[in-house]
Design a protein around this ligand. Structure first.
Ligand code: ASP
Length: 313
């Protein structure tokens, strides 16, 4: 019998307004999500490592302007793009992460280089970029990442002194557009990856949960792989990804119970809005969302494709 493989991805959770979503925008988002999940799944079918599958899926979303990662990242208070990314391999708990990078087209590939080619786990800012260029990444101008929509968002939020997801003009303005993927490969390895531009109008080198192993990203073979999205400050304080893993590891909860306990219970009670994707050692997938939607897609162990936007779908 073939060994099970499966993959799930997200393109951010938050408030997504049905009434403002045009048919054209919806089609474009669904199509990007489908391309992303299929890119990862195609590698898993070839017998590739789960880590390469999650990187392939995340890269498709980093290259799309529809998500807050890579191209289309939100802007900082001083009109820059500063991106965070992390990933983890469940076999040997190896991890790689970068924070505050400004000129790297695909931060998730850089995080994989940190994992594979450095003795460290997390590199930040200029140092991370120096390492990137040594690894052959190309210097990418800020102009590449910039979109009019993110500029408009920043102007209105900066003017009002707001932060993160406070303004809504586009149907998914109040949505965290961070992207992530979790996968189980045919060798039984779990991996997770997360990539983001962070939150609009962030200042002072702010770093969110997406760069932090145990908060935004976790993978441990035999247990679970998790990638989160939401206001990072809450996810860091709650150590969301590791909390899900700990419930499964020590309390022997199943993936659905553990995720719901955190996202609908403890995190929500703290005021934390958002969601996560999780995948257990058997390839069972769970999407947890405590806001009105989360861009998401999956291909389960039976090969069924699912692509969704709203929480009530
Ligand atoms: N979690 C991300 C951060 O706080 C934001 C997001 O999910 O869009 O940086």
């Amino acid at each position: 019998m073939n060994k099970p493989i499966s993959i799930a991805i997200h393109g951010g959770a938050g408030t997504i307004l049905r009434t403002q979503m045009s048919a054209q925008l919806k089609r474009a988002i669904l199509s990007d999500l489908q391309r992303a999940v299929q890119a990862g799944y195609a590698l898993l079918q070839e017998g590739a490592d789960a880590l390469d599958a999650v990187v392939a899926a995340v890269k498709v979303m980093e290259d799309s302007p529809h998500f807050n990662a890579g191209k289309g990242s939100v802007l900082t208070n001083n009109e820059m793009v500063e991106m965070d990314a992390s990933l983890m391999h469940g076999r040997d708990l190896q991890a790689g992460a970068v924070a505050g990078v400004r000129h790297i087209k695909n931060p998730i590939e850089l995080a994989r280089d940190v994992l594979r080619n450095s003795p460290h786990v997390l590199l930040i800012g200029e140092g991370a970029e120096k390492f990137a260029f040594e690894q052959g990444h190309v210097y990418t101008e800020q102009d590449y990442f910039f979109t009019d929509r993110r500029y408009e968002q920043l102007l209105s939020m900066r003017e009002k002194g707001l932060f993160a997801l406070s303004e809504a003009k586009y149907p998914d303005d109040k949505k965290h557009g961070t992207v992530g993927a979790v996968a189980l490969d045919a060798q039984g390895n779990l991996a997770a990856a997360t990539s983001t531009g962070g939150v609009t109008n962030k200042k002072y080198g702010r770093v969110g949960d997406s760069a932090l192993i145990g908060c935004g990203t976790v993978a441990e073979n035999g247990v679970v792989a998790v990638s989160t999205t939401g206001v990072g400050e809450f996810f860091i304080r709650k150590r969301v990804a590791e909390d899900v893993a700990a419930r499964m590891r020590y309390l022997k909860e199943d993936v659905h119970t553990a995720c719901e306990h955190i996202i609908q219970g403890e995190l929500k009670n703290m005021g934390g809005e958002g969601g996560l994707i999780a995948l257990d050692a058997h390839g069972e997938i769970h999407f947890a969302i405590n806001s009105s939607g989360m861009y998401r897609a999956s291909i389960d162990v039976a090969g069924n494709l699912s692509v969704k936007i709203y929480a009530d779908e």
